[in-house]
Design a protein around this ligand. Structure first.
Ligand code: UD1
Length: 430
């Protein structure tokens, strides 16, 4: 199993290209099930989760061809991928595939919309809380689906003639359930209004792509999304938006080590709340023509309190990384997690590097320490793993991160991107 070895202490200076967003690419790929035409996605990141979803979609009958190309010599491996699903050959998403990645559960929406039925295993994914699927079930039921749970599977059936547009207000904001209901409603009869919808940029990206495919969606990016059903969708060409979590992660890494890095190909508007927190911690962040420039010279890291919230709040997917940064602040900070109940597994690993963190319910209190010391640590989930990298970059001596397969699910060529900016990071394969 691969590990990542980091020798801490170097500043980061240079350019880091930001990849296409994993969390947009996954639902966009799933949207290919809604049409028998070709959906072409540009700027698809090369990640383990994308590869896994390619296998899952193949199982349903999607023909996939990948054009690997370097967009700029040596800097980005963004890929263009063509998805064509002439016929859905299987409406079952089996446990062996779905349990590896929670988002693959989302195929339930398009399968139901196009074929009138789906049998999808209950999901797995990151071990960050119980992550139920009740919101998906209630949302799809509102469109007329009959749903039963049997032996770990959800069996969903649409009424004769297909799903029926309806008004449904989510009792809680869910990104995945918003994606699924939006996709299912594109081909329902009549109009669907989703209340308390997720407002994440990835929801907007999916709506933009679906509209390019002929859907009639308005209001994406607000909490009320209206979808007028259409009978068929066509193909389209769409560029995946930049990864705001990768952007925030590298901005925090620079704030941690000091230095001057341009994050290329990204857009600060996707993560204003997080950037504001990083600025308050002491980094200067400015817009450039190609993205963002992050600088921290001289001054130390200031303590900043944050509370995670659905978009436009501080993203839960940057919580662990921000905690990594706060471990070296000059005072006491508090981080409150409101989205997932068990998303503090990085705390004990950060403590191995010398961080002083105590937990009380959903709030972590971080007492900044002047220095961290390298140690062997274990990645526990996708975002937690990269918080250990951030801490390792600023720790004295060597940090060895094991279980980096978590990292490979969501960060494209991390060690290469960091090394080019002066960090000493290498992958050790055994
Ligand atoms: C997506 C992101 C993930 C991010 C999360 C929150 C992808 C592939 N993943 O995950 O990186 O951390 O949004 O921004 O885009 N919930 C229920 N019932 C449900 C569904 C969700 O109670 O049926 C709860 C969850 O347990 C959680 C909250 O709702 O407490 C938000 O989860 P949700 O927005 O659905 O997360 P995902 O879409 O799975």
């Amino acid at each position: 199993m691969d590990r990542i070895r980091i020798k801490g202490g170097n500043e980061l200076n240079g350019v880091i290209p930001i990849s296409g967003a994993k969390n947009a690419a996954l639902p966009l790929m799933i949207a290919s099930l809604l049409t028998d035409d070709t959906l072409t996605l540009e700027n698809v990141p090369h990640l383990a989760d994308v590869e896994q979803l390619i296998r899952i979609l193949g199982n349903h009958g999607v023909d996939i061809s990948v054009n690997g190309r370097r967009e700029r010599q040596g800097e980005s491996y963004a890929r263009t991928i063509h998805f064509t699903c002439r016929n859905i050959v299987d409406t079952t998403a089996p446990y062996e595939l779905v349990s590896k990645m929670r988002a693959s559960f989302w195929v339930i929406g398009p399968l139901l919309a196009r074929e009138g039925q789906a049998r999808v295993s209950l999901p797995g994914g990151c071990a960050i809380g119980t992550r139920p699927v009740d919101l998906f079930i209630e949302g799809l039921k509102a469109l007329g689906a009959e749903i039963e749970i049997d032996s770990g599977y959800i069996n969903a059936t649409a009424p004769k003639g297909g799903l029926i547009g309806a008004r449904y207000v989510f009792p809680k904001v869910s990104v995945g359930a918003t994606h699924v209901l939006m996709m299912a409603a594109t081909r329902a009869r009549g109009t669907t209004v989703i209340g308390n919808a997720a407002r994440e940029p990835e929801v907007v990206d999916l709506a933009t792509c679906l509209n390019a495919m002929g859907a009639k969606i308005s209001g994406a990016g607000t909490s009320t999304i209206t979808i007028e059903g259409v009978s068929t969708l066509s193909g389209a060409r769409h560029r995946v938006l930049p990864d705001r979590i990768e952007t925030g992660t590298y901005a925090m890494a620079v704030a941690m080590t000091g230095g001057d890095v341009t994050l290329e190909g990204t857009d600060g508007a996707l993560l204003e709340t997080a950037l504001e927190a990083i600025r308050r911690a002491g980094a200067e962040i400015t817009k450039t023509e190609s993205g963002l420039r992050v600088v921290r010279n001289g001054g130390g890291i200031k303590p900043v309190d944050v509370v995670t919230d659905p978009f436009p709040g501080f993203p839960t997917d940057l919580q662990a990384q921000f905690m990594g940064l706060m471990t070296k602040s000059s005072g006491v900070s508090h981080i409150t997690e409101t989205i997932f109940e068990n998303r503090f597994m990085h705390v004990q690993e950060l403590a191995r590097l010398g961080a002083r963190i105590s937990l009380s319910g959903q709030t972590a209190k971080i007492e900044g320490v002047p220095k961290l010391k390298g140690a062997p640590v274990m990645a526990t989930d996708l975002r937690a793993s990269v918080s250990l990298v951030i801490a390792g970059l600023a720790a004295e001596g060597e940090t060895m991160v094991s279980r980096v397969y978590h990292l490979d699910r969501g960060f494209e060529r991390l060690e290469e991107k960091l090394t080019r900016c002066g960090a000493i990071v290498e992958r050790v394969s055994e």
